[in-house]
Design a protein around this ligand. Structure first.
Ligand code: E4P
Length: 222
């Protein structure tokens, strides 16, 4: 399973990239709004900050409701940073989103279909030609449903039918989500920087480092 970072915060993106584990970035209207910057400018800054990732998701605006509106916005987004191929158009899981997915996929543009909450939605998105589908597990857990189970079912379905869309486990809230979606067959987990950092930690790792340092200090030196 690969790691994407789920943020529009440039500092966090740069930290995760430097760590050497990052394969992509996802943003959404709420994440960009939190940064107080112009959307297109931030997408360009992100693209320039992470040259070696496979994908940077830029979502069409909530004002784009028809396929025509989504496609018009997507056509501007794919020009950012000189037509950077990492740009992945993120569209909501709606009829218009599917139409947009088919149109863009045929032109060779990567699409991430977002706000997926059922297996059928994931199947439709994959059939429309999405490169990525994003089931939101945390939001399902919030309403007492099982988000990891959804990811696992989508992974089974994609295997059975040889669908090559990648599953991005989204709305990931804690390290246990990460372990469980990796075991469930997600290709990617998109997670906030705070959770990436948590993944590196264990109290016995810290204790081990302290013990090695103390023993090293006691050892004779030349
Ligand atoms: C995915 O691409 C979304 O940006 C994200 O994971 C949503 O997560 P949330 O439920 O924490 O807002």
């Amino acid at each position: 399973m690969k790691f994407f970072i789920d943020t529009a915060n440039l500092v966090d993106i740069k930290k995760a990239y430097k760590m050497g584990v990052l394969s992509g970035v996802t943003t959404n209207p709420s994440l960009v709004a939190k940064e107080g910057v112009k959307f297109e400018d931030r997408i360009e800054e992100i693209l320039q900050a992470v040259p070696e990732v496979e994908s940077v998701s830029a979502e069409v605006s909530p004002y784009a409701e028809t396929a025509e509106q989504m496609i018009a916005e997507a056509e501007e987004l794919i020009k950012i940073n000189g037509g950077d191929e990492k740009v992945t158009i993120k569209v909501p899981m709606t009829v218009a989103g599917l139409e947009t997915t088919r149109y863009l996929a045929k032109k060779g543009v990567k699409v991430n279909v977002t706000l997926i909450f059922t297996v059928n939605q994931a199947l439709l998105a994959a059939r429309a030609g999405a490169s990525y589908v994003s089931p939101f597990l945390g939001r399902l857990d919030d309403i007492s449903e099982d988000g990891v189970l959804l990811v696992s079912k989508i992974a089974d379905l994609f295997r059975i039918h040889n669908l090559d869309a990648q599953i991005i486990a989204a709305s990931v809230r804690h390290p246990d989500h990460v372990t469980r979606v990796a075991m469930a067959g997600a290709h990617i987990a998109t997670i906030p920087y705070s959770v990436i950092e948590q993944l590196t930690k264990h109290p016995l790792t810290d204790q081990g480092i302290e013990k090695f340092a103390a023993d090293w200090a006691k050892a004779p030196k030349n």
